[in-house]
Write a protein that binds this ligand. Structure first.
Ligand code: F6R
Length: 361
């Protein structure tokens, strides 16, 4: 049931405030400035013993994992990283008993992720799942985990589930942080930020008409560059994947800091750049990257907390806590991908060559 929307992608983008609300519901504990994650199956002693976190997923779920790894490292101070499950499986990885593995998947059926989980379990590792579909194969194979509660996602490309995965990683990071050394004050700060998310998502979605106009200005591009730095980089990667999948426009994502090490050679008027520019302590560095692009006559669309002078257009998003900003900054770019694909007449809910769940190798 499309409920008045013309595609599932549009419906699912529009449902994100409710979806995030569902992910938070019943989990916040104001008394101890933490969250309860019922199915985690990891007691405080075990949580304190974790030395590393390794997150495994594919595609969009891998990008959610990259943001999640940064959140866990920032809030729980545990070294963390994400890797495509499909790569991890084949490189004979060292499996370490003090590492907490987290498998992230919308469908819970992606073969590469499932096979990575099975290999880890065979080697005696502790694996949690961060999954949308209840009772799916990955949910069953893992030792415990978090359901992301995005609700059914029908469109082949993932939008609301990505957002809920990132929110669920924020919950995990807060939970691990509060068991370890995150202060009550910081716990409370993050909880206040989480509670603001649904309202802020609706605020972003109200800007759809403006984003639609912008997409008309960029739909003629043959190729687009997406850049971000640290927290903004996985946001740029996910936005670039979304644009590719639904519009078939070629897109590259780079850390803004890497531009001068090669990709700057691509910048010219026919290669527009989408830049993620949060108002954090890297703002000046990001502005310098915009200047370098402008000096090569590149067109710039910034997603930022305030108007960017060097950009041709700025989409302003509401500010949250810096650790949670990545949750919001990708949302206008889902709409950008959607409206670009619509303008180009693409089959939005079923892009060519793609399947909703990849259950083969
Ligand atoms: C992107 C997309 C794919 C999936 C990937 C993993 O929009 O839909 O990249 O994210 O195939 O799927 P799940 O999350 O079901 O494991």
């Amino acid at each position: 049931d499309l409920g008045g929307h013309d595609t599932y992608m549009h419906k699912e983008i529009s449902e994100q405030a409710d979806a995030v609300d569902r992910a938070l519901r019943g989990r916040i504990d104001d008394r101890f400035s933490t969250v309860h994650l019922g199915g985690l199956n990891l007691d405080a002693r075990e949580a304190r013993g974790v030395r590393r976190v390794k997150i495994l997923g594919c595609g969009t779920s891998y990008h959610a994992g990259q943001i999640g790894a940064q959140m866990i490292e920032e809030l729980a101070r545990i070294p963390s990283d994400a890797e495509p499950a499909s790569e991890f499986r084949y490189r004979d990885p060292v499996v370490d008993p003090d590492t907490l593995y987290v498998a992230v998947s919308q469908s819970g059926e992606t073969y590469d992720v499932l096979a990575a989980v099975q290999e880890l379990k065979r080697k005696g590792a502790r694996v949690l799942g961060l999954v949308n579909v209840v009772g799916s194969a990955i949910a069953r194979e893992t030792d415990g985990g978090i359901y992301v509660h995005a609700g059914p996602e029908v469109c082949v490309v993932s939008t609301k589930c990505f957002t809920n995965m990132v929110v669920s990683f924020a919950l995990l990071a807060l939970h691990l942080g509060r068991i370890r050394d995150l202060s009550v004050a910081d716990g409370k700060r993050i909880i206040d930020g989480l509670r603001k998310l649904p309202g802020q998502i609706d605020e972003i979605l109200k800007g759809e008409e403006e984003i639609k106009k912008l997409s008309a200005a960029y739909a003629d591009a043959k190729s687009m560059m997406f850049i971000g730095r640290v927290r903004g980089y996985p946001v740029a990667r996910e936005a670039s994947l979304k644009l590719k999948e639904v519009s078939y426009i070629h897109a590259e994502a780079y850390p803004a800091s890497e531009l001068k090490h090669g990709p700057l050679a691509l910048i010219e008027p026919a290669m527009p750049t989408v830049a993620i520019v949060p108002d954090d302590d890297l703002l000046e560095k990001n502005r310098a990257a915009l200047e370098e692009i402008k000096a090569r006559s590149g067109r710039i669309l910034a997603v930022a907390h305030q108007e960017q002078e060097k950009a041709d257009h700025t989409i302003i998003v509401p500010k949250n806590e810096p650790e949670l900003d990545p949750i919001l900054m990708g949302i206008p770019l889902q709409l950008l991908a959607y409206h670009t694909a619509l303008a180009l007449g693409r089959d939005i809910d079923k892009p060519r060559n793609l399947a909703k769940s990849v259950t083969v190798e």
